[in-house]
Design a protein around this ligand. Structure first.
Ligand code: NAD
Length: 305
């Protein structure tokens, strides 16, 4: 039986993002094939990758490969790190105008000579499948339809599919970035299921972080400090969602590094009702949310033509 937050004899269960994302990909693939059978073209996602950052390349490769798995078309546009802002804006403009592209992302972070915000704001909100444009962020804050950033959307999908009860619970989110922590806090607090949480948003200036965390029925860590959440910061029976992914050097690992979450998993897991592993938790859910956004974008494009 699935443990509930109230259960006293606690058993930890894993929120398996890898397995769940595989299942959701199968569902998306079925929807795509139905869509194509109706005479529509395949949904098409483009990704723009600037420079040679290893982690960014890995993420973009995963996104492109996942598009193929569900039957989307994908286009990868690669440019060197010395591209000018004007040239990058021209690429964005071209993608905005291209009727063959349903949605696109510009992988962040961008080189320091480029103003990330100027690029984000240049993306057509209807093609902004990352959900970073102010208009999509505004819709999110107002509870209106729009594209929701993939990582928080993936976490909400995970809570939903695992039937985690969020109604009236106290959720503590650590991290206030515009791509994870802030949208996460909005989604958890908004009316709906999952949702209806009472939310505390903690950040680098928060005083008494551990005390806040100990109040959490649902704890979401999105900081980027490996292992910072320890067992003494977690309430017995909490649901713990670890968004952090940091590359930590490890000579014994094949690639020379391991991915570490913000949660000290071995310390914290015995105390939780549910916990996400790193890797294999939030990461794969992020990718399926991007696919879902792209399918929605394709359906919208079709209804406008
Ligand atoms: P960010 O650097 O933009 O934001 C980090 C946040 O943590 C900030 O809001 C800051 O206020 C807060 N913070 C910093 N130090 C703190 C402290 N000591 N105590 C409390 N709060 C503190 O990072 P981000 O883009 O939100 O990403 C956070 C982590 O999540 C990173 O490890 C990133 O790699 C990872 N991430 C994972 C996915 C995924 O798909 N799994 C997606 C996006 C980001």
């Amino acid at each position: 039986m699935k443990p509930s937050i109230e259960s006293s004899t606690m058993e930890t269960a894993i929120l398996d993002g890898k397995a769940l994302s595989g299942k959701i990909k199968v569902e998306i693939a079925a929807e795509v094939s139905e869509w194509v059978q109706k005479g529509h073209r395949k949904p098409h996602l483009a990704a723009v990758l600037v420079g040679n950052d290893g982690a960014s390349r890995t993420y973009v490769d995963h996104k492109v490969r996942s598009c193929e798995q569900v039957g989307f078309d994908s286009t990868l546009i690669e440019r060197p790190s010395d591209i000018t802002q004007a040239d990058l804006l021209a690429i964005v403009d071209g993608l905005n105008r291209d009727n063959g592209i349903d949605g696109f992302i510009v992988q962040l972070p961008l080189p320091s000579h480029i103003d990330d915000q100027a690029i984000i704001e240049a993306v057509d909100p209807l093609k902004d499948v990352d959900g970073f444009h102010p208009s999509n962020m505004g819709n999110l804050a107002l509870g209106l339809p729009g594209f929701v950033p993939a990582t928080p959307a993936g976490i909400m999908a995970m809570l939903d599919r695992y039937n985690i009860d969020t109604e009236g619970k106290h959720a503590v989110v650590i991290g206030r970035s515009s791509i994870v922590g802030t949208p996460m806090s909005l989604l958890l607090s908004r009316s709906g299921s999952p949702g209806n949480c009472t939310v505390t948003l903690c950040h680098s200036r928060t005083q008494g972080l551990a005390d806040h965390c100990r109040q959490a029925d649902i704890l979401v860590a999105a900081v980027g400090i490996p292992g910072m959440v320890k067992a003494d910061m977690v309430k017995e029976g909490a649901v713990v969602i670890d968004v952090g992914i940091t590359r930590v050097e490890d000579a014994t690992a094949k690639r020379g590094f391991r991915l570490k979450g913000d949660v000290d998993y071995t310390d914290v897991a015995p105390k939780c009702s549910w916990i996400t592993p790193v890797p294999g938790g939030v990461g794969p859910m992020t990718i399926v949310s991007l696919l879902r956004n792209t399918l929605v974008a394709a359906q919208r494009t079709a209804s406008h033509h």
